[in-house]
Write a protein that binds this ligand. Structure first.
Ligand code: SF4
Length: 377
């Protein structure tokens, strides 16, 4: 049973108006504040020394992960604690697995394609997580890729992972939702094994991608595909990467001056935020340009350009402060600074703050930087 703030509060001194009511020893201003934090798993129950034994028992039961974790070598499947990512975070990424039938004539070619498949996004390298070898003979095939786990199908089928057949989209979703809800909300032992959806071979790749994307969001711990399709897996991995970030910690990079292609005192200066998605989009373009440049990354709490501006984290003042902190302006002869196209309205303020510099409004999208720079130099 999931405990709400009110459920918890009933067992605390605050509800009974007894000694220690709102004593603040737990670090919260009131017992109610503590109860709400505990329900949201933002604090541990042992911070209050005065709660009833009954509540302690309930909390201990609640701490236990409602879903079991199954391990295959380094891969962890299951172990989720929440229904919604914003409640805390999802823990173990949905494993993406491919069946390889070693009795088919093209199985080696399929294995090679899986081995060669790789995505790099937001500083994360992604490969196929798991290959399930069907009908494998002893002499067949060796493990090809260190970053992928290989398992024979007969061993895979012995694992405590419940199979959900993808026969009908609506029914599959209902089963997935029911299983996760029973495990998380009711702590029902019958539903605590992680689940996988088995997706049969099909020529309708759009439909396959749509169904798999939905199952990834709600609530497959693993997706097993008969087909291997690079476009499909690229889409799913990007979706998965977005879902499995910690919503309480924005993806961010260190604010500092990044150098591309050995810049010198005459190189271009670009400015952006420390939101990881924006940073890597800009950084990839600058790297591929093969033109020496500096990228000044502003400390903006991991917010995107416009959000950071709205929150007053990316202003003319913060730009000047960052440039001074890293002493870039004394190191360069160049007198041009390129700001994000979305912050065109900041140009006047920056020119007033940095009168010796020409402030150039850059592109709105990172992919246009190449064309923009060609016209500039
Ligand atoms: Fe209430 Fe316990 Fe916190 Fe004191 S320590 S304020 S009794 S929850």
């Amino acid at each position: 049973m999931k405990l709400s703030g009110l459920d918890i509060f009933k067992y605390l001194p605050g509800a009974k108006k007894s000694l220690h009511t709102n004593c603040k020893e737990c670090g919260c201003p009131t017992c109610m504040a503590f109860a709400i934090k505990l329900a949201q798993k933002q604090i541990t129950y042992d911070r209050c020394k005065y709660m009833s034994e009954e509540l302690k028992t309930l909390c201990k039961k609640n701490i236990k992960s409602p879903q079991k974790i199954v391990k295959i070598d380094g891969l962890k499947i299951g172990g989720e604690n929440v229904l919604y990512r914003h409640e805390k975070k999802f823990i173990n990424k949905t494993v993406l697995a491919v069946i390889v039938n070693c009795k088919t004539p093209d199985y080696k070619e399929k294995l090679k394609r899986i081995e060669n498949f790789e995505i790099n996004r937001v500083n994360e390298k992604m490969k196929i997580d798991l290959v399930i070898l069907r009908n494998k003979e002893k002499h067949q095939p060796e493990n090809l890729c260190d970053e992928t786990v290989y398992i024979e199908e007969k061993d895979f089928l012995k694992l405590s992972i419940k199979k959900i057949e993808d026969t009908n989209f609506k029914k599959t979703v209902e089963k997935l939702v029911k299983t996760r809800t029973k495990a998380i909300i009711d702590h029902n032992e019958k539903y605590c094994d992680p689940v996988y959806v088995y997706l049969k071979s099909t020529t309708n790749k759009y439909n396959l991608c749509a169904r798999a994307s939905y199952y990834l969001c709600k609530y497959a711990n693993m997706l097993v595909f008969e087909d291997f399709d690079e476009n499909l897996f690229t889409t799913l991995m990007i979706l998965r990467q977005n879902i499995y970030t910690d919503p309480q910690k924005p993806l961010q990079v260190e604010p500092k001056i990044y150098e591309f292609n050995n810049p010198d005192e005459n190189s271009l200066i670009f400015i952006t935020t420390n939101f990881a998605l924006t940073f890597f989009a800009v950084a990839n373009e600058l790297e591929n340009l093969k033109i020496p440049s500096y990228l000044v990354v502003i400390p903006a709490c991991g917010m995107s350009v416009l959000t950071a501006f709205s929150a007053e984290k990316f202003t003319a003042k913060t730009v000047v402060k960052t440039l001074k902190k890293f002493d870039l302006l004394n190191k360069v002869k160049t007198r041009k600074i390129i700001i994000p196209g979305l912050l065109a309205h900041m140009k006047d303020d920056l020119e007033k703050s940095l009168p010796e510099f020409e402030i150039i409004v850059g592109t709105v999208e990172a992919y246009s930087i190449g064309e923009f720079v060609k016209k500039l130099i």
